[in-house]
Design a protein around this ligand. Structure first.
Ligand code: ZN
Length: 202
């Protein structure tokens, strides 16, 4: 359980959009979970929750910090029936969500793939179809230093791959078909202009 659930609610952070340099950099590993890192994770969580229409995950670069830290919450809605039985990773991790993962890595991917529509809090209004491995093995640690190794499928597998891509400077739009990238080009350009203006004003 994250500390803020017991105490004062941390302030949300600004989500940076396409065009911000943090989204295109490779992030550095978290060397130690300091109070600062913990606070960042708590603020990322609040930021994700306050955008909960589309937010099932958030990566540190999306709040302008190039550290290998993500937060996820892929618990299914109570009234939605799962298409398939949950994977071992979902069974084990969903009850612990929302969850912050430190230095998350994909250590195995299934040969089977799945195609699904994706969006991103850093690309508001943009959607695209992305084909990814249907199942992955996750290795990560929690904020308390507990190691997690889990075989994940479903929405969790997709979310982990999307968020870990952010840590490597990859956006989902990079993985969509050319015509979908073209269709989003105007919107992406507008975001880029906005971000560059924000940076210039600092
Ligand atoms: Zn994203």
């Amino acid at each position: 359980m994250l500390d803020f659930l017991k105490s004062e609610r941390p302030k949300r952070l600004r989500i940076v959009q396409n065009g911000h340099p943090a989204l295109r950099q490779k992030s550095s590993p978290v060397k130690e979970v300091t109070a600062e890192v913990r606070r960042l994770a708590e603020r990322m969580l609040v930021t994700m929750q306050e955008n909960d229409v589309v937010g099932v995950g958030l990566a540190a670069p999306q709040v302008g910090v190039n550290l290998r830290l993500i937060v996820v919450d892929t618990r299914p809605d109570e009234d939605s029936l799962p298409a398939e039985p949950p994977s071992p990773g979902e069974v084990c991790l969903n009850p612990r969500m929302p969850l912050a993962l430190v230095n998350p890595e994909i250590t195995w991917v299934s040969p089977e793939t799945a195609c699904c529509g994706e969006g991103c809090l850093s690309l508001p209004g943009v959607r695209g179809e992305v084909t990814r491995p249907a199942r992955v093995r996750l290795h990560a640690t929690t904020l308390d230093g507990e190691a997690i190794d889990a075989d994940c499928g479903g929405l969790l597998a997709r979310c982990l791959q999307h968020e870990i891509d952010h840590l490597d400077g990859v956006l989902f739009i990079d993985r969509t078909p050319d015509e979908q990238q073209k269709a989003a080009a105007t919107l992406l350009k507008r975001m880029e202009k906005f971000e560059l203006k924000q940076l210039a004003q600092r």
